[in-house]
Design a protein around this ligand. Sequence first.
Ligand SMILES: [Fe+2]
Ligand SMILES: [Fe+2]
Length: 282
Amino acid sequence: MSDGGRLGVTKARTIAKACRAVLLTADPREKTMAARAAARAWRSGRIAHDFDAVMPDRPLRPEKPELLPPNRMPKRGRAGSERARIAMLHALAHIEYVAIDLAFDCAGRFGAAMPRDFVDDWIGVGADEAMHFALLDRRLRAMGSFYGAHPAHDGLWETAEKTRDDLTARLALVPMALEARGLDVTPPTVARFEAAGDSASARILTRIYNDEIRHVAAGTRWFESWCEAAGRIPAETWQRLIAQHFRGVVKPPFNDSARHAAGLTLDYYGTLAATAGAGHTH
Ligand SMILES: [Fe+2]
Ligand SMILES: [Fe+2]
């Protein structure tokens, strides 16, 4: 496979080919470096705002980690134990690994129909995700593990496949649902790491959390500008897309202050909170 890796990025003359090269890089460290190289090339103006390559429907994946359906993932061990913390960091590293692909796919697949600063935003997100992955992988190594040492759950890419022809659905599901969910669950996770005396991991998660607020904000901003151009009401449109496509959970507790900082106001998800409250209790 000659299109991928840092070499593929170096050879690319257009943003589409650079994005494609990142998606066709399986090796985690090589992908991280390819992503950063693509971001540098884009920012320096070395590659053109041209879309002369298609994005692969499935990015390449390394041999390790083994990908399992979510219900076959092993138990994480006693909360706060080192084993459980490593399992959690490994799961988060996998999310960041896939997030690199999600960002470059968004730029390369949908950028042609969008203004230049749309590409700026998603390439910036992709560079952040590469940094997040690198920080988590380094932390895992400091703890005697590494990305690939455990199975990871397959299924994150499903959301990309379902929304490969529809930018509004992609934005509704990825930054505005999956990444927004990350904002809800990260502060309690940071608290658990702190309680276990693992402030090195807690610091990394806090850094990621602050970046993710910006990712949700970028998604919401582009979603709203699309809705405005199409004469649609953003909150209603988002709720319809979530009902249609989303198999994950949009349920409380919500991190209202982080969501609001990202522009994801209560009119988007407030009714979902009410419905969830009236429904199941587990
Ligand atoms: Fe991230
Ligand atoms: Fe993100």
